[in-house]
Design a protein around this ligand. Structure first.
Ligand code: SF4
Ligand code: FES
Length: 267
């Protein structure tokens, strides 16, 4: 079995793993903000820097994008790592000085909160997780726009996007809570982009349960492989699938249960 050395400890590596994954699996703590295990590596925040020794080379690298290669010697808390990490945190604080997640990191790493003047006041650290989450669920509602200090994530032309189905994947993965959702009785709004989604009501119990635009696209989403699982009888799944846009999960489940007991009674 091939292995790497992390802080002097020999650790086996698994095929396809990055250094961050190997380290975390083995109990080593490395901070990160733009990494999400369900989405591909991006290497944007640079918080996960580690010091690497490979042959005669010694360098700093983002552990979330560095493949774990046999023989690597990795240091997660060396002086160069701590210095670089502190710099990253200080720069993030200059952009997002009010974020609790950054305050926690600064405190843990001994970084003064006011090393650099506050340039902008935002909750978005530009980690890109929301953009990648949107792409991962088949959407193109978000992208990076502008450059330099004006750089931001937004829908095209900074207007509510028709591409947004209201799945909330972006809000779910955002590490800073920058994507806030305001709930209303008949709709919810993604405040950051002023995108409002009306709920569809369950045909059976009348409760609001899913964004209308999401249910309107349910067929396409199912074709893409997501949604109602099969395995309890193709006919039952087909019925539930067809009604998924009209029935809430609870009513769908009870419909499936009724279908199953009818099928069982016929046997
Ligand atoms: S809104 Fe959140 S997830 Fe999107 S780039 Fe900003 S911090 Fe990252
Ligand atoms: S977690 Fe590795 S660069 Fe952000």
């Amino acid at each position: 079995m091939e292995s790497v050395f992390i802080n002097g400890c020999q650790v086996e590596i698994r095929a396809g793993e990055t250094v961050l994954e190997t380290a975390r699996r083995s109990g080593f703590q490395i901070p990160s903000l733009c990494y999400h295990e369900g989405l591909g590596a991006y290497g944007g925040c640079r918080l996960c820097l580690v010091e690497v020794e490979e042959g005669k080379n010694r360098f700093l690298a983002a552990s979330c994008t560095l493949p774990a290669r046999a023989g690597l010697r990795i240091l997660t808390e060396s002086q160069p790592v701590q210095k670089a990490r502190a710099q990253v945190i200080a720069l993030l604080l200059a952009r997002c000085g009010n974020l609790p997640v950054l305050h926690d990191l600064a405190e843990r790493c001994g970084v003064p909160q006011d090393l650099y003047p506050r340039l902008v006041e935002d909750e978005c650290i530009l980690c890109g997780l929301c953009v990648r989450a949107c792409e991962a669920v088949g959407g193109r509602a978000l992208s990076f726009t502008w450059r330099g200090i004006k750089r931001k994530v937004s829908p095209p032309f900074e207007k509510p996007s028709e591409e947004c189905l209201g799945c909330r994947a972006c809000a779910h993965v955002c590490p800073t809570g920058a994507i806030k959702v305001e709930e209303g009785p008949v709709s919810f709004t993604l405040l950051r982009w002023k995108t409002e989604h009306t709920y569809v009501r369950c045909r059976s119990c009348g409760r609001p349960f899913a964004p209308l635009r999401f249910t309107e696209n349910f067929g396409t989403i199912l074709e893409g492989g997501a949604g109602v699982s099969s395995g309890t009888g193709a006919g039952t799944a087909a019925v539930a699938g067809a009604l998924a846009g009209e029935l809430c999960p609870a009513c769908r489940r009870s419909l499936r249960a009724r279908e199953l007991s009818r099928t069982a009674a016929k046997r």
